[in-house]
Design a protein. Sequence first.
Length: 72
Amino acid sequence: MIKKYFYVIFPIVLIIVYFFFVGFQIFKESYINKEVITGELIKQTFTNSIVYAAITALGSLFLFYKGKKKNN
């Protein structure tokens, strides 16, 4: 049962974790560089996290279809 929904839940959980990581990364960058949090910094960090999340989701979907094909 859990394995059936794992490939659906896993990307969603990873995207949430990535967004927490993005928030931490933004504050870390601004604290180390003693700079104000700018829109450019936020945009760059969010873009990176969305790319990582998309790659992970695509990999997870690939595994889902591979597993589905194997079971049939």
